[in-house]
Design a protein around this ligand. Structure first.
Ligand code: WTA
Length: 660
């Protein structure tokens, strides 16, 4: 942990415009402060009030928070509800069945709209089809699908019958998919023939077949295939069925399965400090409450809004701000199949204009790459498009550099839309630290203040508060409803990872460093403090990539570190020792390419190292420990200024310091 001082943030702050403030759900800082102090005065009462208002309960809860088995906290435990009912039925029942739920734009620009009534009918038919195949409450279903109405319907159908879904991002390899199917103990897999992005197809069904053939997947009795392209797929009669065929004769009414508030709605795998991804388990009520509430607070959502979150449903952002949050409110949202750069880098801006998007939510990495593109080609500049419908623009997933923030503010937000930089994680379920656009003055590069009810703080290695202005470890001091409940199948890992004894055992450890400003108390996230990298907003464990590399027959040892990168935030750099002599020149080029492809196959293309350097050895202490901080300096191209006297083999630094 490095302690760092940042300049005060007062100079460059943007007050919400009068327009953003007037009529906002939370208008003005006094309103924010009032909510925050309500939470401080009566924590349980605060959350209970929100939960009664935001959700429709089949059976009301009596008890709000149960801390008796901390850190396995329980919220609203004796209450009963159904997430899909809350996302669909209640809007239809309230007379909003004709409202458009999803405006889907395919990769090739084809637009499909579904209303709430149509969505309810689709979800109910699929839910009935799942039940007919023996899938029941408590079963786990893996969803490996492209961005699609069907993907969202699949998640909702699972929720409807009380099955726990685990969505695996379509960019993950067969091996990663296999690992997740086995770990979660899936009984069914829902996939598609192919995925289409940027004019290219990816054979999802083929990859799922490969995963299921790897062994240990006997529990999977059914695979359901959504026909997206009509491309060739291999077929196993006893197991495979077409989605469109199995829903054909199903009734479009399906009584929701009423579940307890703590019933696991989903498990989503994410990278941690060890080689094995963690299955982050979320609850039904607490999670859905916060998905809905943060839509109202961070995005100031109102009925007239058209919301667009560009994330993929394979990540938490796509869960909370596509599959659940917008639907829980009865919002109209845009869902996009493709990529921001196809057919050109003006795609996002064109779509905002075409669909009159008012709330836009994307990742810094996309913004940075679109800035580059716009600077190179005026035709794809946001100025070429009508962005007048925009009201609020948001970012998520990684720190946004102030320059990118300013460009977003100026060229996309027209200097009128509040920029909401939202800090949160797979584990937190929804936004934690973020501006309220009608209240909080924003500062480029800062996610500003914790949302009401979120007790975020910065502490040192022993769990003591550090003074404002000094860097430290980001923690959350009290449990909140949408927090992770456990690591699937590994409760011990949950406790160790998130409530470590070193910090006293009662603080939630986020894994990020942060500094709180002396004057404003605003938070700035300084990046991960563990062995997790953030490449284009994707979380990757260095150990996962190292394990993949050493699984290659030629590799003896590997160490992976991150290096700052202008476009992707961080880039993966791998230091590799082969079982044979260190390759050079042409051979090194070829081997580096082979190893990159290997990692792509082992984990997925997002994990491919940007650079691979070969050495005769790695820098190690006399006890054999790899000195990663030295490797980080080498990867950045910095001169080594650290003390290297404990190194067994200091000469190796010269060799590894030379980029190929
Ligand atoms: C990082 C994504 C700075 C952080 C929702 C966190 C951020 C990790 C921000 C979680 C932000 C997310 N500013 N850093 N606004 N948002 N991060 O689980 O390191 O994919 O721990 O969840 O992304 O990534 P995850």
């Amino acid at each position: 942990m490095t302690s760092m001082e940042l300049p005060p943030q007062k100079q460059r702050s943007f007050e919400p415009t009068a327009e953003a403030q007037s009529g906002a759900n939370i208008s003005g800082m006094a309103a924010y402060r009032e909510l925050a102090s309500q939470a401080e005065r009566d924590y349980e009462g605060f959350w209970a009030g929100l939960a009664r208002e935001a959700l429709e309960w089949r059976k009301p809860f009596g008890k709000v928070l149960d801390e008796s088995n901390a850190p396995f906290y329980k919220w609203f435990e004796d209450g009963e509800l159904n997430a899909s009912y809350n996302c669909l039925d209640r809007h239809v029942a309230a007379g909003h069945g004709d409202r458009v739920a999803i405006v889907f734009e395919a990769d090739d620009g084809t637009v499909t709209r579904v209303t709430y009534a149509q969505m309810l009918s689709r979800v109910s038919r699929l839910a009935n089809a799942l039940k007919r195949r023996g899938i029941q409450r408590g079963d786990r279903v893996v969803i490996y699908m492209p961005m699609s109405i069907e993907g969202i319907a699949a998640m909702q159908a699972c929720a409807r019958i009380g099955a726990t879904h685990s969505v695996v991002f379509g960019g993950f390899s067969a091996k990663s998919l296999h690992e997740r199917i086995v770990d979660v103990g899936a009984v069914a897999v829902i996939t598609a023939d192919e995925q289409v992005r940027g004019g290219k197809t990816l054979p999802l069904k083929q990859i799922a077949d490969d995963a299921l053939a790897m062994g240990g997947c006997d529990a999977v009795k059914t695979t359901i295939v959504y026909r997206r392209t009509g491309g060739y797929v291999a077929w196993r009669e006893s197991r495979d069925c077409w989605l469109h065929e199995i829903v054909e004769n199903e009734p479009d009414v399906c009584e929701p399965e009423w579940v307890g508030a703590e019933h696991p709605l989903f498990i989503l795998y994410t990278s941690g400090s060890t080689g094995k991804p963690k299955g982050v388990q979320h609850s039904t009520a607490g999670y859905l409450l916060w998905a809905a509430q943060t839509m109202k607070w961070t995005f100031d959502w109102k009925r007239e809004d058209v919301f667009w979150c560009t994330a993929d449903i394979g990540w938490i952002t796509g869960h909370t701000y596509i599959a659940y949050g917008p639907l829980a409110l009865g919002a109209t949202q845009v869902v996009f199949e493709g990529v921001p750069t196809y057919p050109n880098a003006g795609r996002f801006w064109k779509m905002i204009g075409d669909h009159r998007v008012s709330l836009f939510y994307t990742a810094p990495t996309a913004i940075r790459s679109l800035i580059k593109a716009a600077e190179a080609d005026a035709n794809v500049h946001p100025a070429r498009h009508d962005l007048s419908s925009l009201r609020i623009i948001g970012t998520v997933g990684e720190p946004i550099n102030p320059e990118a923030w300013m460009w977003y503010h100026r060229h996309v937000g027209g200097e009128r839309c509040p920029v909401v930089d939202t800090w949160w994680q797979t584990e937190t379920g929804g936004h934690m630290i973020a501006p309220m656009p009608g209240a909080t003055p924003t500062v480029p590069g800062s996610c500003t203040l914790p949302l009401p009810g979120i007790m975020a703080a910065v502490v040192d290695e022993t769990g003591q508060d550090v003074p404002d202005g000094q860097g430290g470890i980001l923690v959350v001091k009290r449990p909140w409803p949408s927090m992770i409940r456990t690591v699937w199948g590994d409760p011990e890992r949950f406790v160790k990872s998130y409530y470590p004894q070193e910090l006293g055992g009662a603080l939630y450890l986020a894994g990020d460093g942060a500094v709180r400003d002396k004057d404003t108390a605003y938070f700035t996230i300084t990046g991960r403090i563990d062995d997790v990298l953030n490449v284009s907003g994707h979380r990757l464990g260095t150990m996962e990539i190292e394990s993949a590399l050493v699984a290659h027959e030629l590799v003896a040892e590997a160490a992976v570190v991150g290096r700052p990168d202008e476009t992707t935030g961080e880039a993966v750099v791998a230091f590799v020792v082969l079982k044979r002599a260190r390759p050079q020149g042409e051979e090194a080029e070829q081997l580096a390419k082979a190893l990159r492809d290997w990692v792509g196959k082992e984990i997925g293309p997002i994990a491919k190292p940007k650079e691979i350097r070969f050495g005769d050895n790695l820098p190690k202490t006399r006890s054999g420990k790899i000195m990663r901080r030295l490797l980080r300096s080498l990867a950045k191209g910095e001169a080594i200024t650290q003390d290297t006297s404990t190194l067994e083999n200091p000469d190796i630094l010269n060799q590894l310091g030379q980029a190929r």
